[in-house]
Write a protein that binds this ligand. Structure first.
Ligand code: ATP
Ligand code: MG
Length: 211
């Protein structure tokens, strides 16, 4: 499996939501996927979804699951990072194939994402809750705001969607598919990540055994 992490020192930027959205997107593409909870808070119960959920709060269990994921065939293992713990993020980053930093569109979001990017060079920013529709009244201000971010380090922009809260709520009923626009956002996020992973992986030797 490839290991992808959502990190960032600011709380509430969408780390957990996007970790689930990405794993769900992988599942919609027929890929095995796992979200690893690393937050200090109690994990939610997510037991009826098309991807797995793992409590990785204990470092020993966390490293064991990452080790298994690395050698475990196809699919995505997505780490849901907790806010404001740069030390642990730096250690975990070494195990990751891709690091993503969600960034909102106001207040201290961009300055904090920039600081995270300095700490985690090679990470990519996902602009979250961006008014995607070109005619949206908040769009010009949002464009100005994200101009503070290095354009080349932005992986993609995701829109605001009320229906995403359910990803980080416990499953009190069996899982049912979210609205189409959420499924589409999950698929699009997965494809962005998959393509970025493909670019950053070393290309396989076209002539194995010939050297
Ligand atoms: N694209 C989005 N559209 C609408 N709401 C969103 C979106 N992304 C995140 N949210 C909402 O923002 C809130 C914070 O998101 P989330 O819990 O994923 O952030 P977090 O970075 O994991 O926070 P923490 O640092 O506390 O772990 C949640 O209520 C979530 O539903
Ligand atoms: Mg969270």
């Amino acid at each position: 499996m490839k290991i992808v992490a959502f990190f960032g020192s600011k709380g509430g930027t969408g780390k957990s939501t996007l970790a689930h959205l990405l794993a769900y997107g992988a599942a919609l593409h027929g890929q095995p996927a796992l979200v690893v909870h690393t937050d200090d808070r109690e994990p939610e119960i997510h037991d009826s979804r098309p991807y797995h959920y793992f409590d990785g709060r204990d470092p020993k269990r966390l490293y064991a699951v990452l080790e298994r994921a690395k050698t475990g065939g196809e699919g995505l293992c997505v780490i849901d990072g907790g806010g404001n713990r740069p030390g642990l993020d730096r250690i975990l980053a070494k195990a990751c194939d891709l690091i993503l930093i969600p960034c909102g569109i106001g207040g201290q979001d961009a300055p904090m994402a920039l600081r995270d990017l300095e700490r985690l060079p090679g990470a990519w920013i996902i602009v979250n809750r961006f008014p995607l529709s070109p005619g949206h009244r908040r769009r010009p201000k949002a464009e100005d705001y994200i101009a503070q971010l290095p354009r080349k380090r932005i992986l993609c922009r995701l829109g605001e969607s009320a229906a995403v809260d359910r990803f980080t709520e416990p499953d009190t009923r069996p899982w049912t598919a979210p609205p189409t626009r959420v499924n589409n956002a999950a698929r699009a996020l997965y494809r962005k990540v998959r393509d970025k992973l493909a670019q950053s992986s070393p290309s396989p030797d076209p002539h194995p055994g010939s050297g």
